[in-house]
Design a protein around this ligand. Structure first.
Ligand SMILES: Cc1cc2nc3c(=O)[nH]c(=O)nc-3n(C[C@H](O)[C@H](O)[C@H](O)COP(=O)(O)OP(=O)(O)OC[C@H]3O[C@@H](n4cnc5c(N)ncnc54)[C@H](O)[C@@H]3O)c2cc1C
Length: 452
């Protein structure tokens, strides 16, 4: 068998790359280990509920995301979340407090200490940091104060990375924030200046809007898969191994128990870092170790559906629970509040997360124990008198979210070196370039253009 380009992995990254390669009329084949496409994205319907078993919502944070939906307009419709998403709650001392959206709310909020609120006035004048490996926790304490770290940044990081601000390094994990300080000397001043900066039409497509897809995110994967040409995918491709030859690659796989060998001029990997030692056995161990050492958060996602909601009013995007509050749930998303047709009328669909990097041990709890914790926490936090969900799903993600820590620079260097040594081999996927769906779409499109 022969082809021009092989993509390994049919998650959002690989699917986006495949879609744009097809548009350019390229000859390619996507090899996927599992039986279907979509990777982390999984949507299901049951008992009157439409729910996700992976990511729930993304942010239209890159022009490529808006453009992908434009390019797929005849097959899939983006769903922009209602304005309710602008209201977000943070738990403090067991009580939900609204995250301030403006100056007056910011002054009044009990989330941050009076001292830190005063200190924030001096943020634009504080000295610029010069340690590229400074952790997020160090950076926020230095510029904003501990209460902002505990009750704004920490829950935000739990919501996005299920991670630890004392491990993540802003240069790699939050480059936009890092660059605000580096380019403008201040988060606040930089954000204001950037807000007033002139943007071209394309840049304007990147927004803070929260999106899903009508009928669920799996409809996006399906649209990409079908538009990329279903004949260009091989599922259940096991034990994939790439071997570089003179000016091409031999890719060996086991398919339906039989060995197959495919020759390709170019190979793009779009898997997590953990898959690469097996896929690229020719890369020296030490070099590969720098890549495959990338830590992934383990996360438990629990989907809760109620046909008749009797808890507190679910007005908002959801509620996040700072680590310092010492609870067993990381946060709730009030999905049926801001997305359409997710639960029966008068009902509610919520998703909650548990575990993550800082409470990793929870990932080892049995389903029964998880159920008990969810019941106790939800009764208390959602102000229920009885806990009788009509839908209850526990989804365990063993390699959910990559954690971009201080070792990221070494990792990116190793990736560059491998790509330079083996021309035609490109290492994509979430080991670099961001963890969110918008980042994955941006990288997927870039991968389709890399050999131009
Ligand atoms: C629980 C959870 C919640 C999330 N929440 C959000 C959110 O709210 N917003 C947001 O923007 N993002 C969120 N994300 C992140 C988002 O889902 C991912 O960034 C995106 O879906 C990853 O796409 P990908 O294609 O890079 O990787 P994946 O989806 O992981 O796809 C990789 C593919 O490679 C395949 N593969 C792996 N190993 C091999 C191998 N050896 N051979 C062949 N194929 C292989 C896998 O089977 C898979 O299909 C969440 C992720 C998780 C897990």
């Amino acid at each position: 068998m022969q082809t021009d380009i092989i993509i390994i992995g049919a998650g959002l990254t690989g699917l986006t790359a495949a879609f744009y390669l097809k548009k350019k009329g390229e000859n390619f084949l996507v090899l996927e280990k599992s039986a279907t496409y979509g990777g982390a994205i999984k949507t299901e319907r049951e008992n009157g509920f439409l729910f996700e078993k992976g990511p729930n919502t993304g942010v239209v944070g890159t022009p490529e995301t808006a453009e992908l939906f434009e390019d797929l307009a005849d097959r899939v419709k983006i769903e922009i979340a209602g304005d309710e998403v602008n209201k977000r709650y943070i738990l403090k001392n067991g009580k939900w407090e609204a995250l301030p959206a403006g100056l007056w709310e910011g002054i009044k909020t009990p989330l941050f200490t009076f001292k830190d609120k005063l200190r924030l006035l001096g943020e634009p004048f504080r000295k610029k940091g010069n340690n590229p490996h400074e952790t997020l926790a160090e950076m926020v304490k230095r510029r904003m104060g501990e209460s902002f770290l505990n009750y704004a940044i920490d829950p935000f990081i739990l919501g996005v990375y299920s991670g630890d601000p004392a491990y993540l390094v802003p240069k790699y994990a939050l480059p936009k924030l890092y660059n605000l300080e580096q380019d403008y000397g201040s988060f606040i001043g930089g954000a204001i200046k950037k807000g007033f900066a002139k943007k071209n039409e394309r840049e304007k497509k990147a927004t803070r809007k929260v999106f899903s897809v009508e009928g669920g995110l799996a409809n996006l994967s399906k649209a990409l898969y079908e538009s990329a040409g279903t004949e260009n995918f091989l599922f259940n491709a096991e034990k994939i191994q790439v071997q570089p030859q003179d000016d091409f690659f031999t890719v060996k796989i086991i398919h339906n128990g039989k060995p197959i060998s495919i020759q390709a001029k170019k190979v793009i990997t779009a898997t997590g870092a953990y898959a690469l030692p097996e896929i690229l056995p020719f890369v020296p161990k030490e070099q590969m170790q720098k890549i495959s050492s990338l830590k992934y958060a383990r996360v438990i996602e629990v989907v809760l559906g109620f046909k008749h909601w009797e808890g507190m009013p679910l007005t908002g995007f959801g509620g996040l629970i700072p680590h310092i509050e010492n609870r067993d749930v990381l946060g709730y998303l009030f999905l049926s509040t801001f997305l359409k047709n997710r639960a029966p009328e008068k009902g509610a669909l919520l998703t909650l997360f548990m575990g993550g990097v800082r409470k990793d041990y929870i990932n080892d709890y049995s389903d029964d124990k998880i159920k008990k914790i969810v019941e106790n926490e939800t009764l208390d936090l959602m102000k229920f008198t009885k806990f009788k969900p009509d839908l209850f799903k526990i989804i365990r993600h063993k390699q959910a979210i990559p954690q971009y820590g201080a070792d990221s620079g070494e990792r990116f260097k190793a990736v560059e070196e491998i790509q330079n040594s083996y021309k035609g081999l490109i290492l994509g996927g979430n080991l670099k370039d961001g963890i969110g769906m918008a980042d994955r779409i941006k990288q997927g499109k870039f991968l389709s253009e890399i050999f131009e």
